[in-house]
Design a binder for this molecule. Structure first.
Ligand SMILES: Nc1nc2c(ncn2[C@@H]2O[C@H](COP(=O)(O)OP(=O)(O)OP(=O)(O)O)[C@@H](O)[C@H]2O)c(=O)[nH]1
Ligand SMILES: [Mg+2]
Length: 447
């Protein structure tokens, strides 16, 4: 998510950072570009205008802090304002005491309500709750079946009735939950293509009679501006407690995430990031802002890295990198560290300005297992000086690692590219900038 926006921001900030001093003129120019980037990401205009206004006020009125460049200062202001725009988000669900907590999903057709009921059920069960899913969408017979399939898949019970009276079904579902000791009841309601009176009326009735503790609006992030408009309408008709943004994994431009809180005043609770049942995440504005701006989730990364790597190790590594002495042995060592720290893909995404350029999925993770085997089949000399590896050595290494010479070739090629990249980064002063981050481990590919 947010790839395009992140790329735009990276470019804008690179330009701003490279200026030694910022004048009002180039602040203005930079912010004009910020505005265009936000428009392209489908953020609504009034939200953007307010945003730019606040950033300008803060940027112009601010004293120049000596230790950081004015460009960095602007990045920080934009970052802070972006967090403010999406805050507070509070992913916690206030559970009722001594009776089942009822959560109602509402939203337009096809936004992901039914899927999200399953996802949320799974999420809450992993936190020790005992959820019951309720088929309160009686408009389409297939809708009940869809929820049942999800329930079976997750092993979460589904309450369904044949009748058409939604309020009655929901009420009886809550009674059933009490009797069977379910502590969380999730209502899957019907969607419509457009917001119509009948649907709103039905939702209002359920809200009034069943009194859900939480009403969440499920919003499809892919439909951009329309998502924000429908959220506004729902918000006027129902007492919403929060918003769940779905399909943030697609080519969603992300604008909905930035506007929806400002427009409704309601917090984003969760985001759906895939069709699978475990693809639901809590929404944290600070992390999202960090990702959008390409500043990465530096704090998390540094914390994780510190657990695995002492400052001494980091310094040794950095020295090697600066001297261009990084070899396959170091590469292997880094890779093993990274593995301990979690998925490589997740970590790469956190690297400021770089993550978005490297997509690492399951396949690449498997690839890493291969790489490890290949390096382990090399002699010390080969690891230090890969250029000595000729065809017969390649064959031996391939045999030893149960791979092919093509695999060995591709690793050697990658390593060569990586060395080239390190050189480039060195000449751009990248490592100098990293000095402040002691204990920061560089992932493979970056050192
Ligand atoms: N990629 C992706 N797809 C999603 C996500 N959430 C839901 N979907 C897909 O969106 C489609 C519609 O999801 P449903 O859960 O059936 O939507 P609904 O709101 O219940 O639809 P109606 O009941 O017809 O109003 C399905 O194909 C889901 O797999 C998500 O976070 N990411
Ligand atoms: Mg549905």
């Amino acid at each position: 998510m947010f790839e395009a926006l992140t790329q735009n921001f990276s470019k804008i900030f690179e330009r701003l950072r490279s200026r030694g001093r910022l004048t009002e003129e180039n602040i203005k120019e930079g912010l004009r570009e910020v505005k265009i980037a936000l428009l392209q990401a489908d953020v609504s205009l009034p939200v953007i205008n307010e945003f730019i206004k606040r950033v300008t006020e803060r940027a112009v009125g601010q004293d120049v802090v000596k230790s950081i460049s004015p460009g960095q200062q602007i990045v920080k202001i934009v970052h802070d304002e972006m967090i403010r725009l999406m805050s507070p988000a509070d992913p916690k669900i206030p559970f009722a005491d001594g009776e089942p907590t009822v959560i109602m999903m509402a939203g337009l057709q096809g936004t992901g309500k039914t899927t999200t009921c399953g996802k949320l059920g799974l999420n809450l069960r992993s936190k020790g709750r005992k959820p019951l899913l309720v088929a309160a969408d009686v408009k389409r017979p297939a809708a009940v079946e869809q929820l049942k399939v999800i329930g079976r898949q997750l092993d979460i019970p589904v309450y369904a009735e044949d009748g058409k009276r939604v309020v009655k079904i929901c009420k009886r579902a809550v009674e059933h939950a009490k009797k069977e000791h379910f502590d969380t009841v999730i209502l899957d309601t019907a969607g419509r293509l457009q917001i119509d009176e009948e649907m709103m009326d039905e939702l209002r009735k359920v809200a009034a009679k069943v009194k859900p503790q939480q009403i969440y609006l499920v919003v499809d992030a892919m439909i951009g501006q329309d998502a924000v408009n429908s959220a506004r309408e729902f918000n006027e008709q129902l007492e919403l407690d929060g918003i769940i943004l779905t399909k943030m994994d697609g080519d969603a431009r992300g604008g909905a995430a930035l506007s929806v809180r400002a427009v409704t005043g309601k917090p984003i609770k969760f985001v759906g990031v895939g069709e699978k049942m475990d693809r639901l995440e809590e929404f944290h504005p600070d992390r999202v802002a960090g990702r959008i701006l390409g500043m990465g989730d530096t704090v998390t990364l540094v914390e994780k890295a510190q657990k695995e790597m002492t400052a001494d190790d980091a310094q040794k590594l950095q020295k090697k990198l600066m001297k261009g002495k990084f070899d396959l042995e170091d590469f292997l060592e880094q890779m093993q560290r990274m593995k301990k720290m979690g998925s490589l893909g997740d970590l790469l995404k956190m690297i400021p300005g770089l993550g978005s350029k490297f997509e690492i999925g399951e396949e690449e993770e498997r690839e890493m297992v291969k790489i490890e085997a290949i390096i382990k089949s090399m002699t010390g000399e080969e690891r230090h000086r890969p250029e000595v590896i000729d065809l017969s050595r390649k064959r031996r290494i391939a045999r030893g690692s149960a791979t092919t010479t093509a695999n060995v070739n591709s690793l050697l090629k990658q390593f060569k590219q990586m060395r080239k990249m390190i050189k480039q980064m060195k000449s751009k002063g990248f490592f100098g900038k990293m000095k402040g981050m002691k204990g920061m481990a560089m992932p493979p590919g970056f050192g």
